[in-house]
Design a protein around this ligand. Structure first.
Ligand SMILES: *Cc1c(COP(=O)(O)O)cnc(C)c1O
Ligand code: SF4
Length: 350
């Protein structure tokens, strides 16, 4: 670092309603009500995220995802503390085995930011994450189950862990002969891009295993210059990248925004993978669309943007029954509908 260069002071992550008000992100008068929200659900807005928020726009799609809202205190009857049913398939503390060939490891319980719609909002932001004993038990389980081909490393957000801890994990997994894939799910390259260093990228890889990274972002403005630099560091390290987004009312529930988001992913070398229907997490009704709205949006993407840019629209079935694509359907009997809504008959041999 050149001492002559002007240096910006390192801003801190905003964690209290008071800090959010000081940063101009919420009104002073909202502080008491938001204190109640913050007691119930963790709050964190990183400097990178705060810089993306347009304070003059009351409906800003970035603010909506990260700044706490009084509506979170209202839980509807259909909402669930464990909306995707992780608990039903937890085989050792923090290890979920729902599908035969892959497991999900909740490696840490904290995140760089706390998304207001998070499906694990009842558990993230609390505790220390996996103890060394829990990690050892999870690794023993994985070693003992040769059907496990892939380990999905999640949390929380695993990329808040140090490169040293991440390298130790990846090397332990690489030493298990039947584990061929390690997939990290993270929001860090977007919300705390400064954490993505060459050292961190190297820590995610090891001989004997292939590393993939799934990037969570929901609005094209999240893929700002700093985020694109961070993603390029991962891609240049030879790590294939896929995307994960959540369909959110008021954030990305229109065809133009979704199309721009998917194109921004592609331009950053991130292959669109999943568009999740918003889960029944407590206090998130203001974010949920209907499945029919989601299907109409997916139809609007098909044919209008590159085939490479199409995510699969999925619902995680409550109760732990897994993810399923929920359409839209293009086939009705022998009739197939093209992306412009014209119907064609496909009945070879009939
Ligand atoms: C989402 C999830 C996976 C990964 O599912 P893919 O469809 O392979 O992306 C694996 N295990 C659990 C428990 C999950 O929730
Ligand atoms: S980064 Fe992921 S786990 Fe963390 S709060 Fe956001 S959605 Fe939840």
């Amino acid at each position: 670092m050149n001492d002559m260069s002007p240096r910006k002071p390192m801003a801190a992550t905003l964690r209290r309603p008071r800090d959010l008000a000081d940063a101009g992100l919420v009104a002073e008068s909202a502080i008491p009500a938001l204190e109640e929200v913050a007691v119930r659900y963790a709050v964190a807005v990183t400097p990178a995220v705060a810089a993306l928020i347009d304070r003059d726009d009351p409906g800003d799609p970035i603010a909506r995802q990260f700044v706490p809202d009084i509506r979170e205190l209202a839980t509807t009857a259909d909402e669930l503390a464990d909306p995707i049913g992780d608990g039903a398939h937890e085989v050792t503390p923090g290890l979920i085995h729902r599908y035969p060939d892959r497991v999900l490891l909740k490696f840490v319980s904290t995140c760089a930011v706390y998304c207001r719609f998070c499906f694990r909002r009842e558990t993230v932001g609390q505790g220390e994450g996996m103890s060394p004993e829990a990690l050892a038990a999870a690794l023993d389980y994985i070693r003992a189950h040769p059907a496990i081909f892939e380990v999905v490393v999640s949390g929380g957000d695993p990329l808040v862990a140090s490169p040293r801890r991440l390298a130790a994990l990846v090397q332990a997994l690489a030493a298990i002969p039947h584990v061929e894939l390690v997939r990290f799910h993270t929001r860090v390259p977007v919300v705390a891009p400064e954490r993505i260093t060459a050292e961190l990228a190297a820590a995610l890889k090891a001989d004997g295993v292939t590393t993939w990274v799934a990037i969570h972002a929901n609005h094209p403005r999240e893929l700002a210059a700093e985020a694109r630099v961070a993603l390029a560091k991962l891609a240049d390290a030879g790590i294939p990248l896929v995307s994960q987004s959540v369909l959110l009312r008021g954030v990305n529930d229109d065809p133009e925004t979704l199309a721009a988001l998917m194109r921004a992913f592609l331009a950053a070398r991130v292959k669109p993978y999943y568009l999740h229907h918003a889960d029944l997490a407590p206090g998130t009704a203001h974010f949920r669309t209907t499945i029919e709205e989601g299907q109409a949006l997916m139809k609007a993407l098909r044919g209008r943007i590159s085939g490479l840019a199409q995510p699969t629209y999925v619902l995680d079935i409550p109760g732990g029954h897994g993810k399923v694509p929920v359409g839209p359907a293009y086939r009705d009997g022998v009739a197939i509908e093209d992306y412009q809504g014209r119907r064609h008959i496909y009945a070879p041999g009939k």
